[in-house]
Design a protein. Structure first.
Ligand SMILES: [Zn+2]
Length: 459
């Protein structure tokens, strides 16, 4: 059977993952992600897809992140109505992420209309909350570690990728051909999640390369975090941590709980102040069977891996406002992770001018974001139109990325069996993908090249 594969995104870029598998009889999309980041990439979300969504038979998702799923409501609005396969945890996380993505699209359109920043009159959102809800109805759960026939003659086996809750690598068998999609590969020895699981590599391998040209710095995250907590307590004020609601918030909570249990830090109020982080933590708590051994052992001993002695979850506005009345050492974890929106803005406006405050960055801060401004030692930052003076102590720690570095990608590939006829490198900036392709050829003697946007190959 002839099988064609087209790269509709995440080719020489990190976002927009969409890989179309076609035979003479049917077609299947692996991931359905939105382009994010640079304007020229985001513009691609508005291009007509080169495939007809009405003809597409099914979609399979590697994990819940929007750059792998956020294009789903759009193809649904264009007539796609087939099944969308994913793991149980991915399905639950998408109940949060897809409607949120739609609300952001609708907000963008409202902003453009109000400020006349568009040639289109009126500007329309890429998709609406109604489209997102229609997409959610198509989700169908498939288990990890087992093969499921998703379309006649097409079998998919997901395995744990250790990246976020529910994340997978996918092996897709079409007739005699086997295609491996790495998905986003996580780190080894991270909180809660098992290490990336070895798979049998197919005839063709699509491998991510977010960190294809660099390793993560070796960091003892727990020790660094402990040091920052102690210095924040000495200053006597709040420790404010901007963090992504899904993944990062739960990792920080896990480390804080661990440090408290071992007596390395004092028991402090820990306030999770973001509706999405609160809901995501609930989902992380629910999917205990997806945890690694260490986290499961904690639960067997009656401990909560995702909760300190005094964790408070602030979902409503009123709960959030109660935080304002608190004084003394306390930890506030809030989104967004780069201080671009969300409740973190209110905390920053109030607490940045105070010398007793500590702000801790636990993730990459992109150029042009408020997070970057604060992190880089500026004297003030603009929030809600006001210039807010920065007198707080600003700290950053590393080691919390959800993506494996080069060494970890190679470790995962070395743990896998089989040897692909060729590897296509995806999900990385061009420089990173090129370096990783060269590394694979050098280390494994595989034919490897960087996938190009909208390139088609025969399998
Ligand atoms: Zn991801």
């Amino acid at each position: 059977m002839a099988v064609r594969l087209t790269f509709h995104g995440a080719a020489e870029s990190v976002t927009g993952s969409k890989f179309l598998l076609e035979t003479d009889k049917t077609s299947l999309l692996i991931d359905c992600g939105l382009f994010q980041g640079r304007k020229e990439l985001r513009k691609r979300n508005w291009d007509e897809p080169l495939f007809d969504p009405r003809e597409l038979a099914a979609v399979v998702l590697t994990h819940a992140h929007i750059d792998h799923t956020g294009y789903l409501p759009l193809i649904v609005s264009k007539g796609f109505h087939g099944p969308v396969y994913c793991t149980a945890a991915t399905k639950e996380l998408l109940q949060l992420l897809l409607p949120d993505s739609a609300r952001l699209q609708e907000e963008d359109a409202r902003f453009s209309n109000k400020h006349k920043t568009t040639r289109h009159n009126p500007a329309k959102p890429l998709y609406t909350e109604k489209d997102a809800k229609a997409a959610l109805k198509l989700l169908k759960v498939i288990p990890r570690g087992e093969s499921t026939e998703v379309l006649p003659g097409i079998h998919v086996t997901p395995s744990c990728a250790g990246h976020i809750l529910g994340s997978t690598s996918l092996n897709v068998r079409i007739g005699k051909k086997l295609v491996t999609f790495s998905g986003d590969i996580g780190r080894y020895d991270t909180p809660l999640l098992p290490d990336p699981e070895p798979v049998e590599l197919g005839d063709v391998l699509l491998c991510e390369s977010t960190y294809g040209d660099r390793d993560h710095k070796i960091a003892d995250t727990c020790a660094e975090l402990s040091k920052v907590v102690h210095s924040a307590v000495d200053r006597g004020g709040a420790l404010v941590i901007p963090a992504f609601a899904i993944g990062r918030t739960q990792n920080i909570l896990y480390y804080l709980a661990q440090l408290e249990r071992s007596g390395e830090i004092p028991i402090l109020p820990v306030l999770i102040d973001s509706p999405m982080a609160v809901d995501a933590t609930k989902i992380y708590r629910k999917f205990r069977h997806d945890y690694d051994e260490e986290a499961r052992e904690l639960i067997e001993k009656g401990q909560r891996p995702l909760g300190t002695e005094k964790t408070a979850f602030c979902r409503s506005r009123d709960e959030s406002k109660l935080i304002n009345g608190l004084k003394g050492p306390r930890i506030i974890i809030s989104a967004s992770g780069m201080v671009s929106g969300g409740r973190i803005l209110h905390h920053m406006r109030k607490l940045l001018p105070r010398e007793e405050t500590t702000v801790l960055f636990v993730g990459y801060q992109a150029h042009g974001t408020r997070g970057r401004t604060i992190q880089s030692g500026e004297k003030s930052v603009k929030i809600f139109g006001d210039h807010i003076p920065i007198r707080a102590n600003i700290q950053s720690i590393s080691g919390l990325s959800a993506h494996g570095g080069r060494e970890e990608l190679l470790r995962w590939l070395s743990s896998c069996s089989g040897s692909p006829n060729y590897a296509k490198i995806i999900h990385g900036e061009a420089k990173s993908s090129r370096a990783f392709a060269a590394t694979l050829t050098e280390k494994f003697s595989w034919k490897a090249s960087v996938a190009e946007y909208r390139e088609t190959i025969d399998i």
